[in-house]
Design a protein around this ligand. Structure first.
Ligand code: G3H
Ligand code: 13P
Ligand code: ZN
Length: 311
């Protein structure tokens, strides 16, 4: 099966009350770990590439690795641009074989967000590619944009119908309490999703797929593991997985996870090198890192997304 767009994936996810995982990829081991879990569990997948990932690994290397993943797995996989910052980046990904792009106009004023998103939708749809837009601002860091907690804004349900109708987007990322990165909330805080806002948005946009960014939950055993082996991760917690699971059963059809994969991978590399100080063969420390990614993705598919057996 060739790369797919998100259209059928989201139709099925909406009807089935589950979400598809969108995992950020930056190198071969990350892709192989994600594919290993999805293959064992028969899960559809979105592999997403940020501007930073393209700068790090190169567009062609990443698309060829993802092509290999499609051939090796036989799974329905969408290749998606994460946080496309402008029309040119989206166009370059559409021309370069991606089947889905996000145009993130959320930092712009409303009318500018509509204008830039509509321009991307027109080009993408003419090339058979699906588009995710964003309304509302998440706290945290994405590429070079940093949004403080005070500047984060929940999505206003009054705007969603107008935004979706005027831009023609295929899915919409919203802000309901998640945030990017590993440093989300302090231990002792009780982070919750604004499921009431999600419910209202679902009422305003019946059948329309919603996307959640910043959905890593920063598992505390992994934070402890990284620190045990010489890391210096500050105390932080994410949105509990039980909350994300509720969102996946509602209108949320795509859940973005990057930081938890980074955490799992870093813990595995640190542990391996601490326990095997003589190793200098990258295969020796990247193999456990790849296994850690696989275990983390399998955990998310089974405990958060609910997409096992839906490929
Ligand atoms: O939301 C951002 C993603 O975690 C990608 O991070 O821009 O460092 O590749 P990155
Ligand atoms: P996390 O940093 O919570 O993993 O979010 C990733 C994300 O939203 C990618 O777009
Ligand atoms: Zn994001």
């Amino acid at each position: 099966m060739p790369l797919v767009t998100t259209t059928k994936m989201f139709e099925d996810a909406y009807k089935g009350g589950y979400a598809v995982g969108a995992f950020n990829v930056n190198n071969m081991e990350i892709i192989q770990g994600i594919i290993g879990a999805a293959k064992k569990l028969g899960s559809p997948l979105i592999l997403q590439v940020s501007k930073g990932a393209r700068a790090y690994a190169n567009h062609t290397y990443l698309t060829k690795l993802v092509e290999a993943a499609v051939i090796e797995s036989g799974l329905p996989i969408a290749l998606h641009l994460d946080h496309g910052p402008d029309f040119e980046t989206c166009k370059s990904c559409i021309d370069g074989g991606f089947t889905s792009v996000m145009i993130d106009g959320s930092a712009h004023p409303y009318e500018e967000n509509i204008a830039i998103t509509k321009k991307v939708v027109e080009y993408a749809h003419a090339h058979g590619v699906t588009v995710e837009g964003e309304l509302g601002k998440l706290a945290g860091v994405e590429d070079d944009v940093q949004v403080s907690a005070e500047d984060a804004l929940f999505t206003n349900p009054d705007e969603v119908e107008d935004f979706v109708t005027r831009t023609g987007v295929d899915s919409l990322a919203i802000a309901i309490g998640t945030s990017h990165g590993a440093y989300k909330f302090k231990p002792g805080q009780d982070p919750k999703l604004r499921l009431d806002i999600l419910e209202e948005i679902g009422r305003r946009l019946p059948g329309f797929p919603i996307v959640l960014h910043g959905a890593s939950s920063v598992p505390q055993d992994f934070v402890a593991l990284v620190n045990q082996y010489g890391g210096k991760m500050p105390d932080a917690i994410g949105i509990p997985e039980s909350e994300l699971k509720k969102a996946a059963a509602m209108a949320v059809c795509k859940i973005n996870i990057d930081s938890d994969l980074r955490l799992a991978m870093t813990a595995a590399v640190r542990r391996h090198l601490a326990e095997n100080p003589g190793d200098f063969d990258p295969r020796q420390y990247l193999a456990p890192a790849r296994d850690a990614i696989e275990a983390m993705v399998a955990h998310k598919i089974q405990n958060v997304l609910g997409c096992a057996g839906k490929a």
